[in-house]
Design a protein around this ligand. Structure first.
Ligand code: HGY
Ligand code: MN
Ligand code: MN
Ligand code: MN
Length: 421
């Protein structure tokens, strides 16, 4: 075998499955739900505790922890040659409200274990190595998601991000300042936004069924499909539920249901490549015996091609301009992120390293978005996936076999070493 293959095997052997498992179990205690899932919403106390825990791991690694103005936590290891840009890996620690233990968390912990394995194997690449945990990837509490990576990459502004409010009216900025205060109190120093990167590689669970059906322990990701989020508001007028005859009603719920059905119909495609989801649907004033005058609902629209996304957004706008059961509607874009493709130079490196580790690694496009969708425009970026049971994610039963998590970590560690060489 070639010298690089031996390095890969040496590094793979240094990955410690029980250390990774221990971290997965421990991290899942931050925001643990009774049903086995996690609720670690962006910048809540559980997310902050998880970040503090991550920063505490720096010392044993011989790394330095730091945090930037949007709360991204970094662990930085110096390289053997000064002045080179770092190779970075990482993902996110925040979860869905009824989330799983692996979405985001596994990418951060696999990155941590990969850096430990390189240290244990005595591999000190020329380039610095960094681990990052991006703030608010999910967007479940503060919408849209991928805030930390978007602000870091200059795709969105810090001020507009700080102004986002959650369902309780608490601003991202207020929650962020509490989180930063906790990190400051723990002695975690600040770092500037937008520091240079040589390359970024993110490990993530697939969150779909492809790898499991292929019986593959890992996958090399060619790109991420585009994602558009909208908020729709349908406005009618309240009146008495018992006395108001049909002809006088402007029932916002009835109008919203008719509009939602038409939007879904517009998004229907026989190839099953358009993904259309209404995840949030709020009726007000929310009284049993009052005809609702306002409904707001979310749309999550995904497709691998931006031309299709643009065409669908145009047809949605036309539908929203119509009157629905006497009600008016507005369609507000919340975020529009174009699909990205990862460079062949990196996907080939992952392929070669997977071959050296005798890992079957099919290629696939990510149905889920990730922080890598912004990093792809910032520096050479790649992703690798591990399978999740039944393709389940954003669900408390989300699960990845430890063996697959370890295979992914081995591929990540060896790839980081090559990128840093
Ligand atoms: O929604 C997504 O695609 C990501 O899992 N947050
Ligand atoms: Mn994720
Ligand atoms: Mn997610
Ligand atoms: Mn009454």
């Amino acid at each position: 075998t070639t010298s690089t293959a031996i390095d890969a095997a040496t590094i793979a052997a240094a990955v410690n499955p029980s250390r990774l498992e221990r971290d997965l179990v421990h991290l899942a205690t931050f925001g643990a739900r009774d049903d086995g899932g996690v609720a670690r919403l962006a910048l809540d106390t559980n997310d902050t505790r998880a970040r503090l825990w991550l920063a505490e791991q720096a010392a044993a690694l011989g790394a330095t922890a730091s945090v930037d103005a949007v709360g991204n936590v970094f662990l930085d290891l110096p390289g053997s040659e000064p002045g080179l840009n770092p190779v970075v890996t990482g993902s996110h620690l925040d979860s869905q409200p009824a989330g799983g233990k692996y979405d985001g968390a596994l990418g951060v912990l696999a990155g941590l274990e990969a850096l430990r394995a390189l240290k244990d194997a005595g591999i000190a690449p020329r380039r610095p190595l960094s681990l990052v945990s991006w703030t608010n990837e999910e967007g479940a509490r503060f919408s849209p998601g991928t805030s930390g990576s978007a602000v870091f990459c200059g795709v969105r502004g810090l001020d507009e991000t700080r102004a986002i409010v959650d369902a309780d009216g608490l601003s991202f900025g207020a929650a962020l300042d509490d989180c930063l205060a906790a990190l400051d109190a723990a002695g975690v120093p600040r770092r500037p936004l937008g520091t240079p990167m040589h390359a970024f590689v993110e490990l993530h669970i697939e969150q779909g069924p492809i790898l499991e059906r292929a019986g593959a322990p890992v996958g090399v990701v060619d790109g991420i499909q585009g994602v558009n989020w909208f908020e729709v508001t349908v406005t009618g007028s309240t009146n008495h539920a018992g006395t108001t005859p049909r002809a006088m009603r402007r029932d916002a719920f009835e109008g919203a249901c008719a509009l939602a059905a038409s939007l879904r119909e517009a998004a229907r495609d026989d190839e099953d490549r358009v993904r259309f989801t209404i995840g949030r649907f709020a009726v007000s004033p929310g009284s049993v015996n009052t005809i609702p005058d306002q409904v707001t609902f979310s749309i999550d629209l995904r497709h691998p091609e931006s031309t299709t996304l643009d065409a669908l957004a145009a047809s949605f706008r036309l539908l929203a301009e119509q009157t629905w059961n006497g009600c008016r509607a507005t369609l507000t874009p919340l975020s529009c992120i174009d699909p990205v493709a990862f460079p062949a130079s990196l996907t080939t490196l992952l392929d070669d390293t997977a071959n050296d580790l005798l890992l079957q690694a099919p290629h696939l496009v990510s149905g889920a978005f990730h922080d890598a969708i912004h990093l792809a425009g910032y520096c050479p970026t790649a992703m690798l996936f591990v399978p999740c049971r039944d393709g389940l994610s954003h669900h408390p039963d989300e699960h990845t076999e430890l063996d697959d998590a370890v295979s992914g970590t081995r591929l990540l560690a060896a790839s980081l070493a090559r990128l840093g060489a």
